[in-house]
Ligand binder design. Structure first.
Ligand SMILES: NC(=O)c1ccc[n+]([C@@H]2O[C@H](COP(=O)([O-])OP(=O)(O)OC[C@H]3O[C@@H](n4cnc5c(N)ncnc54)[C@H](O)[C@@H]3O)[C@@H](O)[C@H]2O)c1
Length: 260
């Protein structure tokens, strides 16, 4: 790398985003962290990453359910670091209910955070990537961008949409040195799943840990949760020169969930 590249990782105060930010920092990229947490807590996370890996980091709080906040986050990264070379659209939320009972406000929020925010951040980042002749857009989708599960209408719609958006951007920018890919994780060890584990434990009268294994086996033969770090490693590979020809892909990392 001739210049130090900057990665903006949305939703990097926790889970997959935080692990991805850590792997990218380890590879020497400057990192703009983001989350809902206040500046004090976010600043602590950013400083820890900077101390561990000797790279510049910063943190920006923004609620990405609103377009203006996505724009503020993008501007803040450009002001701090001069560019967004790598954009990891990771921020996401989940809510489960049957379609007929799905609260309309939850539908709107999930679509806004999991899909529209990725569109807005990407449309802002692409022109400068195009001028630079290099860029990486990595959308953290889900197996639910490839297959469906009952009670996840909004999540599945958003994640299928995110995979579609990824493919369109890949086609539009394949000749510009910009790649756009989706990573499609299965059950991954983050706080996002806790509510689902708690529900399963209650329904089946089992402990939280038993619920984990029980729920995993409803979808995949792989007997463990995926480590968030593993998603980060795949993202880092997609940033490498070796991955320049991988674009428009939706890559499962799912313990054979989608092999059925
Ligand atoms: N955990 C899994 O099993 C799994 C599987 C497939 C895909 N994913 C996807 O991975 C991504 C990260 O999820 P995670 O499991 O690490 O969850 P997490 O709950 O640990 O992290 C979610 C992140 O999103 C941010 N966020 C939530 N609401 C936001 C909002 N309104 N505005 C801005 N940021 C907001 C949070 O601050 C946090 O940083 C999500 O897009 C999720 O759909 C997770």
């Amino acid at each position: 790398m001739s210049k130090t590249r900057t990665a903006l990782v949305t939703g990097s105060s926790s889970g997959i985003g935080l692990a991805t930010a850590g792997v990218l920092a380890q590879r020497g990229y400057q990192i703009m962290l983001h989350g809902l947490e206040d500046a004090e807590l976010g600043g602590l996370i950013a400083r820890k990453l900077a101390d561990e890996h000797g790279v510049r980091t910063d943190y920006c709080q923004a609620d990405l359910s609103g377009t203006r906040q996505v724009e503020r986050l993008y501007r803040s990264c450009v002001e701090q670091f001069g560019a967004v070379d790598i954009l990891v659209n990771n921020a996401g939320i989940q809510f489960t209910a049957a379609t007929a009972e799905f609260p309309p406000e939850k539908w709107d929020l999930i679509l806004a955070v999991n899909l529209s925010a990725a569109f807005h951040a990407s449309r802002l980042a692409l022109p400068a990537m195009q001028r630079a002749g290099w860029g990486r857009i990595i959308n953290i989708a889900s197996v639910h961008g490839l297959v469906a599960s009952a009670n996840k209408s909004a999540y599945c719609a958003a994640k299928h949409g995110l995979v579609g958006l990824t493919k369109v951007m890949a086609l539009e920018h394949a000749a510009d040195g910009i790649t756009a890919n989706a990573i499609c994780p299965g059950w991954t060890d983050t706080p996002l799943l806790n509510q689902q584990f708690e529900n399963y434990a209650k329904e089946h009268g089992v402990s939280f840990d038993e619920a984990k294994l029980g729920l995993i086996h409803t979808k995949t033969p792989y007997p463990s949760l995926i480590a968030p770090q593993a998603i980060g490693e795949l993202a880092a590979y997609l940033c490498s020169d070796a991955a320049a020809g991988i674009t428009g892909a939706a890559l499962p990392i799912d313990g054979a969930w989608t092999a059925h």
